[in-house]
Design a protein around this ligand. Structure first.
Ligand code: SF4
Ligand code: SF4
Length: 240
């Protein structure tokens, strides 16, 4: 039985299906195998400085100290619980880097998130489900948001101000000094060359494999968009 280090383990475990101890251990080994891991964790004084500097700890049932301690103690059960829940509460600000022991709980969380995504954990799917539209927008246009999203029905709390902006969007955009921002359907002008480079980076770094594990429907849509544009650019790449 793991020593209680200040985290409601049983309560949190109820949110997700349990898996075997061997599977939890395998996931932890994958976290530990990351090259960055041993530069981010040197033990823990339990001083709580990371908690005091953590904005997420002020608003959620979340503690970077618990993350560091669970990993330092190799508490496989708790590490799995954290990966299925708490790690998604971190805002990745890295204020916890002021740890006197030299730990970086925030960067340890980055590694744990990557392992959660690679292994298609339920928490990763849930945390990322709202990002499908954004990913599609990036892949189809090269930019994350576009000015024409500023519509009165999407921002009713802006009152008449948003009406004014939406009606005169092209004019507002033309008032911006860089010509690359004179766009309304994309955040800025993105050249075909840049988009193709983006696709190649996603292909070569395994990003598409990650997306396939998390959201197969989105993966299929992206593949359609990407394969066609890559073929037009002279690349023979398939995402099987
Ligand atoms: S600041 Fe560092 S040593 Fe102190 S509790 Fe946090 S992780 Fe542990
Ligand atoms: S990186 Fe995460 S854990 Fe560290 S201070 Fe920021 S929100 Fe807290």
């Amino acid at each position: 039985m793991s020593k209680n280090i200040g985290y409601p383990l049983d309560l949190k475990m109820n949110h997700y299906a349990d898996v075997s101890y061997d599977e939890k251990e395998r996931l932890f080994e994958e976290v530990k195998a990351d090259e960055r891991y041993h530069h981010m964790l040197y033990g823990c004084y339990e001083c709580g400085i990371c908690v005091a500097s953590c904005p997420s700890a002020k608003f959620y049932d979340f503690s970077p100290r618990v993350i560091a301690q669970a990993l330092a103690r190799e508490d496989v059960d708790l590490i799995y619980t954290l990966m299925e829940d708490s790690i998604w509460d971190c805002s990745q600000c890295f204020s916890c880097d002021r740890c006197p022991r030299g730990n970086s709980p925030g960067q340890l969380i980055t590694i744990m998130r990557e392992v959660a995504v690679r292994n298609g954990l339920a928490s990763a799917k849930k945390a990322l489900e709202g990002y499908g539209r954004i990913i599609y927008k990036i892949m189809s246009t090269g930019s994350q948001v576009s000015p024409d999203m500023l519509q009165p029905n999407a921002f009713p709390d802006w009152g008449v101000h948003v009406n004014e902006i939406a009606e005169n969007l092209e004019l507002w955009r033309k008032a911006l000094p860089p010509e690359t921002l004179h766009t309304t359907e994309t955040g800025w002008t993105v050249s075909d060359k840049t988009i193709i480079e983006l696709y190649l980076i996603w292909h070569m770094t395994g990003v598409m494999d990650l997306i396939e594990g998390i959201d197969e429907g989105l993966f299929m849509i992206l593949v359609d968009v990407m394969e066609e544009r890559l073929e037009d650019a002279g690349y023979d790449i398939t995402f099987d």
